[in-house]
Design a protein around this ligand. Structure first.
Ligand SMILES: [Zn+2]
Length: 525
């Protein structure tokens, strides 16, 4: 076991990228040769040492919210010339790219890689990125989880030796299941950033401890079936394949679309989930590009940091290269959504398979002391196997949006939820003419297992015309707005991740008839 530990450290020392001058600050991971990851205080100290560097003025540090336990949530705006507010960033006319690290605080490479990239910017590197883009970095999103270091957290992960934080935040919420229901202050703060800065691209940095494969890092675009078709095509057929090629050619890192092997015979390589409770899926609903990054947990920690750093820089560089296409695509998607020229899908399933070569890897196991379990270490062996891959979802039902929805007696909770998402709403004053419809529930399914504090609800049923008058105290949420897809996801009763999934949109029982009066109505042409 001692010999294996030494081997690990030797690999770690070899893999540190870009040696830096002695007077530039070093991350906790660099100082410890990969044995440690940074605390929140260490990240703050590191960031505080960047302004005196030759181009340190290009970094502007801001607080964009507070965690559940009251920690400051730090945003770093990197721009040349320097910019300090959302208004200035928007007025610059540059591409806006947001990188979020440490949402799962046991998955810490992003936090280390982002610090290194910020140091490089402060040393005058990445000029070309800053010529065309403003870079927004959140180095420690789940700051409360980060401080709950324990060597037992993600013990199977190949380092850092001295432990990592927890997956959940201090409310025991998984922040990467919170993007639709928005129960964590961290999510509210991040949606606030999205609303204020309106980034063209969102990256979320993770680490996967799933199947044994042969890649340094796997990635995914938004998997929502409700992403604008042109954005989806661009991400899958142009943007990510270019990134993949660059990762191999310029950095020597093997990457592929995120997936896991099935235990079927023959095995397949299958992606994860399309629902927008996941951040990168959600950002697609906003008509923005998004990229999930999943470093491979069984590769040593310094190599994972290097791969994540390279991936972030490669994605940012590709976005800058494609900036005209990206601007056009997103603006067109916003305009189409606001004009109601889209469909909303539900009843989704994995798409048909395509055959592809996938690298199948293997690991060695190392018993850890103190009953911590087994660490898994990629052994460097892998073989290419041709197999079916399923990397997308399709909705079997696709319907055009209504003109909008009406919420009877809207709760403050629903008003807040819509506002956090940036969805426009207003008091109903008969501003739209059309057929009023009510949703008739034919079946209700409750999950039996508690998930994130809820027994999720799934509704079946259909809309039917009603002759009743639209209630005058209702809240009107137009579907024809740039965030119409987000509104549909929240409000459509058939949506696969909606306000009703999370108990925010139930009706009430009428005392006279004993029937449930639904909160929700809609208006169609
Ligand atoms: Zn994760």
């Amino acid at each position: 076991m001692i010999r294996q530990a030494c081997l690990f450290l030797a690999l770690a020392a070899c893999a540190m990228p870009n040696p830096i001058s002695a007077d530039a600050p070093q991350t906790a991971a660099e100082q410890s040769q990969g044995a440690r990851t940074s605390t929140v205080a260490e990240v703050q100290q590191f960031l505080a040492q960047l302004p005196p560097l030759p181009k340190g003025e290009r970094l502007h540090l801001a607080t964009f919210g507070k965690t559940h336990e009251g920690r400051d949530m730090t945003l770093v705006i990197a721009a040349n010339p320097p910019l300090g507010s959302a208004a200035e960033v928007l007025a610059s006319g540059k591409l806006r790219l947001l990188v979020n690290a440490n949402i799962h605080a046991g998955e810490v490479e992003g936090k280390e890689a982002v610090q290194m990239i910020l140091r490089e910017i402060a040393l005058g590197q990445h000029e070309e990125l800053l010529r065309h883009a403003v870079l927004l970095f959140v180095p420690v999103y789940n700051a409360d989880g980060n401080e709950r270091f324990d060597r037992a957290n993600r013990a199977t992960q190949n380092g850092p030796e001295q432990g990592v934080g927890t997956r959940a935040n201090a409310q025991e919420l998984d922040l990467n299941r919170d993007f639709l229901k928005v129960e964590a202050p961290e999510t509210r703060a991040l949606l606030g950033l999205m609303n204020a800065f309106d980034p063209h691209l969102f990256m979320d940095l993770h680490t996967t401890n799933g199947s044994y494969h042969g890649y340094h890092l796997t990635y995914s675009p938004s998997l929502s079936t409700n992403v604008d078709a042109d954005i989806d095509r661009f991400a899958r057929r142009s943007f990510l394949p270019s990134v993949r090629q660059q990762m191999e050619q310029a950095h020597g890192f093997r990457t592929l679309d995120y997936g896991n092997f099935t235990d079927t015979d023959p095995r397949e390589w299958v992606t994860y989930d399309h629902r927008p409770r996941f951040g990168t899926n959600y950002m697609g609903l906003r008509n923005r590009l998004s990229v999930l990054s999943e470093a491979y947990s069984y590769v040593d920690f310094p190599t994972r940091i290097s791969a994540t750093r390279a991936f972030v820089l490669t994605v940012l560089a590709q976005a800058v290269k494609d900036r005209d296409s990206i601007r056009n695509l997103l603006a067109t998607a916003d305009a189409k959504t606001a004009a109601g020229a889209w469909t909303f899908g539900h009843d989704s399933m994995l798409s048909d398979a395509t055959t592809q070569d996938v690298l199948v890897g293997s690991v060695q196991e190392m018993e850890l002391p103190d009953d911590l379990g087994v660490r898994r270490i990629a052994d460097g062996q892998y073989q290419s196997v041709s197999m079916a891959t399923r990397l997308a979802f399709d909705s079997r039902q696709q319907n055009p949006p209504p003109l909008g929805w009406l919420l009877r007696q809207p709760s403050q909770e629903m008003r807040d939820l819509l506002a956090w998402h940036g969805v426009e709403s207003e008091v109903w004053s008969q501003q739209v003419q059309g057929q009023l419809e009510v949703f008739e529930v034919s079946a209700c399914h409750r999950e039996e297992i508690l998930f994130q504090g809820h027994f999720e609800l799934k509704l079946e049923g259909q809309w039917r015309a009603t002759e009743e008058a639209a209630p005058m105290d209702a809240l009107w949420i137009p579907a024809h707005q740039a965030l119409g897809r987000v509104a549909a996801q929240l409000l459509d009763p058939l949506s696969e991740d909606s306000a009703s999934t999370w108990d925010r949109l139930e009706g009430w029982e009428d005392a006279q008839t004993g029937k449930t009066v639904p909160f929700l109505l809609r208006i169609r042409h």
